[in-house]
Design a protein around this ligand. Structure first.
Ligand SMILES: Cc1cc2nc3c(=O)[nH]c(=O)nc-3n(C[C@H](O)[C@H](O)[C@H](O)COP(=O)(O)O)c2cc1C
Length: 182
């Protein structure tokens, strides 16, 4: 059922091994009727081909802050305005740190500062990285800023260790989005 018709979702994808799951997230959101605009960090493009996400989202994928603009306003402002949701799934420790501290080295982090859409973040990382006081403090900052954090799941991590840090299951992420937007 197209619960999300006319909803514009900015889907940020960062350099986690879970980046491949963003393809499923984009595909499911499109099937629910959403307009999905994917923004990848440079590191995310090492894990997933932009063409995959472009095809599934049915929109061009942006990743380069310095690409010569072909339209005005430039993409980092255009994409930020009018979004109903700014979702980052998966969100790396690095990108969460940038968001928490207002650092803007790339397109996704610039968009974070430029958008006024509600923010939903789905962290994914090794359990030690997740438990590190720096990451914990950054997540606390982001929660206090009013952002929704989709808690990582426990289980076998890609690195072979057991623990907390897996990207939340895709159905849970979709459920959180539909509940929030509909
Ligand atoms: C194979 C591999 C898997 C990685 N998986 C993760 C991960 O799941 N979560 C994470 O925070 N960083 C992970 N990293 C490290 C990030 O890719 C690295 O911190 C990068 O700078 C993140 O950049 P970004 O946040 O701009 O995408 C991984 C690195 C490699 C080489």
């Amino acid at each position: 059922m197209p619960f999300l018709t006319d909803k514009k979702i900015l889907l940020g994808v960062t350099g986690s091994i879970a980046a491949c799951k963003a393809a499923d997230i984009a595909s499911q959101l499109v099937k629910l009727g959403a307009q999905v605009h994917v923004v990848m960090t440079r590191e995310a493009t090492r894990f997933v081909q932009p063409l995959t996400l472009q095809t599934l989202s049915r929109n061009p994928v942006a990743s380069d802050l310095w690409e010569t603009p072909t339209a005005w306003p430039p993409p980092h402002i255009e994409l930020a305005s009018g979004a109903d949701l700014f979702l980052v799934a998966p969100a790396t420790a690095h990108t969460l740190a940038c968001f928490a501290h207002g650092l803007a080295p790339d397109l996704l982090t610039n968009l974070y500062l430029a958008t006024r859409a509600p923010v939903m973040l789905a962290p994914a990382m090794n359990s030690a990285m997740l438990a590190h006081p720096a990451t914990a403090a950054n997540l606390t900052t982001l929660r206090l800023r009013g952002h929704a954090i989709i808690e990582p799941a426990g289980g076998m991590l890609a690195c072979g260790q057991e623990g907390q840090g897996r990207l939340a299951p895709v159905p849970e992420i979709i459920e959180r989005i539909t509940t929030f937007l509909s």
